[in-house]
Ligand binder design. Structure first.
Ligand code: FUB
Length: 344
C-alpha cells in the first residue's frame, strides 16, 4: 500500500486492522535492527523527522540527524526511548542523512554501525562505540575504509566471526559503485542501473576485523538465485535486492532477507554459509503503508520476531514511520510464513 494510494485509506479503519501498533509514539522511528543484549531487546532504528525537503526518488526527504535507542523487556512489553545516542554533528566525517543503523556487541563493548552522506555527498558507513547498549556512542573519526552505500547489518556467526552486509540502490547509491569506484556522473536513481535482462545489482558482504572497526576483506556480492540456481535479474522487481539487508541463522541455515524497494516486499533467500548464494525462498512481509519497508529478525526465548515499520501513525507520510513488532514463524520445512500487516 505505497504512498500513491493513501488518499483512499481510512486510517482509523486501517489501524484497527493492523496486526501490531507502533512501539513508541513520542518520536517517529524506522528501519529497526533488534538484538538481545543483557537479556533485553534493544532496537536500533532510524529517527524520522519532518525536514520539509521535497520528496524525490533519491530519498532526499529522509533527512534524519540522530539516532535514539529503544529497549523492551519482552516483545509484548512497553518500549523505552533512551534519548539521543548519536548526533550527526558529533561525527566529523558525516554531513547528513543518518539512515538505517545496526549494532553489535563484542567483549562488553557495543558498536553502532551507521550510514551517512559525507561532505562530498557520498554515502559511507561509520562505527561508534559505547560501554552501554543504549549509548551514548562515540564515533570513530573516519568512516570504515572502503565503505560505501547504506543499510549496514552486522551478523555474528557461531564461530565469533562478524560479517557486515550493506547496500541499497537508487538513493542508496549502490549502482554508482558498479565498476568499483564512485561514478560522479548522473545522480538520477535509474542512471547506472543494469538492464532488465542483466543480473541484478547485489547487496554486499565483508568480514569485519577483530576490533569490528574495519573491513577484513574486500566486499563481495551477495547473490540471490532463482529456482534454477541462476542469479535474479534486474527486471525481476518483485524478487530482486533493493536495500535493507538482514541475516539470521535458523537450524544451521543462513537466511538473507531484504526489501524489494519499488515493489514494497520483504523477501528472503536461504544459503549454506554467510556469503551465499542465497536461493530465493519467498516473501516475509506484504507491503505496508508508506513507500519503504525495512526490518530485522530476532529470536527471544523460543520464538522469533519480525521488527518492521509502517507509516500508519503519520497517516501515510512516507518519511515519518513507526517501528512495530510481530511474531515470525518458520514452518516445519524452515520456510517463513508470509505476514500480512493488516488483517482482512
Ligand atoms: O530510512 C532511510 C532509508 O529508507 C533506509 O536506509 C532504507 O532501507 C529505507 O527504509
Amino acid at each position: 500500500m505505497p504512498e500513491d494510494n493513501i488518499e483512499h485509506i481510512d486510517f482509523d479503519e486501517l489501524n484497527k486492522k493492523a496486526i501490531s501498533q507502533p512501539l513508541v509514539t513520542n518520536i517517529y522511528t524506522a528501519d529497526p535492527s533488534a538484538h538481545v543484549f543483557e537479556g533485553k531487546i534493544y532496537i536500533y532504528p532510524s529517527h524520522d523527522v519532518e525536514s520539509n525537503i521535497p520528496f524525490d526518488d533519491l530519498g532526499s526527504h529522509f533527512a534524519m540527524e540522530d539516532y535514539h535507542v529503544l529497549s523492551m523487556d519482552t516483545p509484548d512489553g512497553k518500549a523505552t526511548d533512551h534519548g539521543v545516542a548519536l548526533h550527526v554533528n558529533d561525527v566529523p566525517w558525516a554531513d547528513k542523512q543518518m539512515w538505517a543503523p545496526d549494532a553489535a556487541e563484542r567483549n562488553g563493548t557495543y558498536y553502532l554501525f551507521f550510514p551517512a552522506k559525507d561532505h562530498e555527498g557520498i554515502f559511507r558507513i561509520g562505527v561508534a562505540k559505547s560501554k552501554s547498549p543504549a549509548g551514548p556512542f562515540i564515533p570513530q573519526p573516519k568512516p570504515i575504509k572502503g565503505s560505501f552505500s547504506i543499510d549496514p547489518a552486522v551478523f555474528k556467526d557461531d564461530d565469533d566471526s562478524y560479517y557486515i552486509y550493506f547496500g541499497g540502490i537508487w538513493g542508496g547509491q549502490l549502482q554508482r559503485w558498479r565498476n568499483g569506484s564512485f561514478n560522479a556522473e548522473g545522480e538520477g536513481p535509474l542512471v547506472h542501473i543494469p538492464g532488465d535482462n542483466e543480473p541484478a545489482l547485489c547487496g554486499k558482504i565483508a568480514r569485519l576485523t577483530k576490533d569490528l572497526l574495519e573491513f577484513d576483506e574486500a566486499p563481495q556480492d551477495v547473490v540471490i538465485t532463482d529456482e534454477n540456481g541462476s542469479p535474479l535479474l534486474q527486471g525481476d522487481n518483485d524478487r530482486r535486492f533493493f536495500e535493507a539487508s538482514w541475516v539470521h541463522k535458523y537450524n544451521g541455515k543462513y537466511y538473507f532477507s531484504y526489501s524489494t524497494g519499488d515493489t514494497h516486499f520483504l523477501c528472503y533467500g536461504i544459503g549454506d554459509n554467510p556469503y551465499g548464494p542465497f536461493r530465493y525462498a519467498g516473501r516475509i512481509l506484504n507491503p505496508v503503508v508508506g513507500w519503504t519497508s525495512h526490518h530485522s529478525i530476532c529470536a527471544f526465548g523460543e520464538k522469533w520476531y519480525l521488527f518492521y515499520h509502517d507509516s500508519s501513525l503519520s497517516k501515510g507520510v512516507t518519511h515519518l514511520r513507526s517501528v512495530k513488532v510481530t511474531e515470525l514463524i518458520h514452518d516445519e520445512n524452515g520456510m517463513i510464513r508470509t505476514i500480512d500487516p493488516y488483517r482482512g
